[in-house]
Ligand binder design. Structure first.
Ligand code: MG
Length: 204
């Protein structure tokens, strides 16, 4: 029996091409500063590395994991992206998402499970108008662990006092958000953005 529904944040609760671009630009400028090179050169390094990782792992590498592969301290990355852009400038409230979350909340505990940081996550939830609806918001800052490390999922379940088979994980990246959860015995629900979440209550 499902007791907790975990949601990934970016690309799952909202879809935004502008934010995806801002995120990429933030990654380029962060690596440029770390390596003391131009932003254009950093872009080439990052996109080349992403292609390599994709070939090696068989799935698109998120920017955060690409930067980590360059030895960039994750705290430095988060500090940069927090000052580089504010998601509230690009997102608007999603009343349908709010309704769905309120409906789910009557039967399940709800939690966010994201590789993003506390500050950006809080900004995004506020911008979407769904802040305060989640029992817990687990970010990178919570345990200093990143998906797809199964430990992130395990510790989050433990914090909510539920077993893996009592968890449903909703996310947009199969290899990062869902496969590790599935390996642990959690249920999974793959989405291509919030529209797919609108139908979630009916499929439970
Ligand atoms: Mg995502």
């Amino acid at each position: 029996m499902i007791k907790v529904v975990f949601f990934d944040l970016d690309g799952t609760l909202y879809e935004s091409e502008v934010i995806r671009k801002k995120f990429a630009e933030a990654a380029y400028t962060t690596l440029a500063e770390l390596k003391n090179i131009s932003v254009a050169d950093a872009q080439i390094l990052i996109e080349t590395r992403r292609d390599e990782l994709q070939k090696k792992q068989g799935f698109p590498a998120p920017y955060t994991l690409t930067l980590v592969s360059y030895g960039l301290p994750i705290e430095m990355w988060h500090k940069h992206n927090i000052t580089f852009f504010d998601p509230r400038d690009y997102l608007k409230k999603d009343p349908m998402l709010k309704k769905v979350m309120q409906r789910l909340k009557t039967n399940y505990k709800l939690a966010i499970l994201t590789n993003n940081n506390d500050t950006q996550s809080e900004r995004i939830l506020k911008a979407l108008g769904v802040e305060g609806l989640f029992d817990r918001v687990f970010t990178y800052n919570t345990f200093k662990i990143l998906k797809p490390d199964p430990e992130f999922f395990k510790q989050a379940a433990r914090a909510l006092d539920v077993k893996p088979n009592e968890c449903l994980v909703v996310g947009d990246r199969y290899h990062v958000d869902l496969d590790p959860a599935k390996q642990l015995g959690m249920s999974i629900y793959e989405v291509n953005g919030p529209e797919d979440i609108y139908h979630l209550p009916d499929s439970l």
